[in-house]
Design a binder for this molecule. Structure first.
Ligand SMILES: NC(=O)c1ccc[n+]([C@@H]2O[C@H](COP(=O)([O-])OP(=O)(O)OC[C@H]3O[C@@H](n4cnc5c(N)ncnc54)[C@H](O)[C@@H]3O)[C@@H](O)[C@H]2O)c1
Length: 322
């Protein structure tokens, strides 16, 4: 088996590439380096610099490396940017996926794993979100992930490709400091950024219908997420797996933003009081996964807790912002 990992120099992609290589899979990465960092990839994992929008390049790479499975993480991922530039998000996330699937089908690749997101659910009224919870994304980003899932499943049926769509919840942490998320788009780096500037961490809304009034999320350690990819890749390779699977990747436990910020204060030793600001449009009060299907279908359960996520993310932040 040879796996092509698109977005392999990205935060999650590099964790996936490492975990799969360490487990004995042959992997290579493709990344346009718009957000990727080549040094995240260990020696021995080839990196092709190029775009998922470049069909000719994709066909060449699939053939030259005799690729037998694809893990597709390459995408734009900023919700706010997607609201401002919807056509770009559809072009890159859905157009890039269509180009890739065309090349995959043409090359006879039979296994495809797609990075989806809890953003497909929008703002569901559910204590635990199951894969049957209706999808109603609230941003063009979430729409591109939902449309991507439809496309993946349709291409799977049309071309005999086995597919898995993984709906990640809130990803945090780092398996090693050099693999850390260098972007400041998610809550943990956003709080680190404020503290590093000597400013109070911000909480957007403390009047939600949740126990402490702040939004509740399901945080998943990126190393656990990488292991989920490995489990999904193994499932795609097993003879008796069903054709397609769409599955939540979370811990099944809610943590409020206030609890998270308190924990960050403990880990960093910076316990300055938070600043409460108005709600941001589009933030769901609660988004917590049911992790049951992943346990049943992939034999995978998250092992790492939120403190480990914050501690490892903080080590990575200090490395990059020393
Ligand atoms: N980080 C999260 O919390 C989260 C949650 C849910 C889903 N996801 C999804 O996981 C995937 C990876 O996210 P990440 O957090 O690692 O982001 P990231 O920006 O670190 O990684 C994405 C990588 O893809 C590359 N890339 C982007 N467009 C490309 C293109 N057209 N062709 C080739 N390479 C391209 C970038 O250079 C980058 O290295 C994305 O699909 C994202 O939507 C992330």
């Amino acid at each position: 088996m040879t796996w092509l990992i698109t977005g392999g120099a990205g935060y999650i992609g590099a964790h996936v590439a490492r975990a799969m290589a360490e487990a004995g899979e042959r992997v290579l990465a493709l990344d346009d380096l718009s957000a990727g960092v080549p040094s995240r990839l260990p020696e021995g994992i080839p990196l092709v610099q190029g775009s998922s929008l470049d069909g000719e390049l994709l066909k060449r790479v699939l053939a030259e490396h005799a690729v037998t499975g694809v893990v597709h993480l390459a995408a734009r991922k900023q919700v706010g940017e997607s609201v401002a530039q919807p056509a770009r998000y559809y072009q890159e996330n859905v157009g890039g996926l269509a180009t890739l699937l065309d090349a995959v089908a043409g090359a006879g690749v039979e296994r495809f794993l797609f990075s989806s997101s809890a953003a497909v659910y929008g703002n569901p009224d559910a204590e635990l979100i199951t894969e049957d919870t209706p999808c109603a994304p609230m941003s063009p980003y979430g729409e591109t992930k939902l449309a991507g899932e439809w496309l993946v499943r349709a291409a799977g049926r049309a071309h005999g490709i086995r597919t898995v769509c993984l709906r990640y919840f809130n990803v945090a942490g780092a398996a090693a400091p050099e693999l850390a998320d260098t972007g400041v788009f998610n809550v943990v780096p956003m709080v680190f950024d404020r503290l590093t500037r000597g400013e109070a961490p911000r909480i957007f809304g403390d009047d939600y219908p949740t126990p402490d009034g702040t939004c509740v999320r399901d945080y998943i350690h990126v190393a656990d997420l990488a292991e989920a990819h490995l489990a999904a890749a193994r499932r795609l390779s097993s003879a008796d797996a069903a054709g397609d699977l769409t599955v939540n990747i979370g811990r099944g436990e809610g943590v409020s933003v206030r609890e998270l910020v308190t924990l960050i204060g403990e880990v960093t030793g910076d316990t300055r009081p938070v600043r409460v600001e108005p709600r941001r449009p589009g933030d769901a009060p609660r988004a917590v996964a049911s992790a049951a299907l992943a346990a049943g279908e992939l034999g995978w359960t998250a092992r790492r807790g939120v403190r480990e996520m914050v501690e490892s993310a903080w080590r990575g932040w200090q490395l990059h912002h020393a």
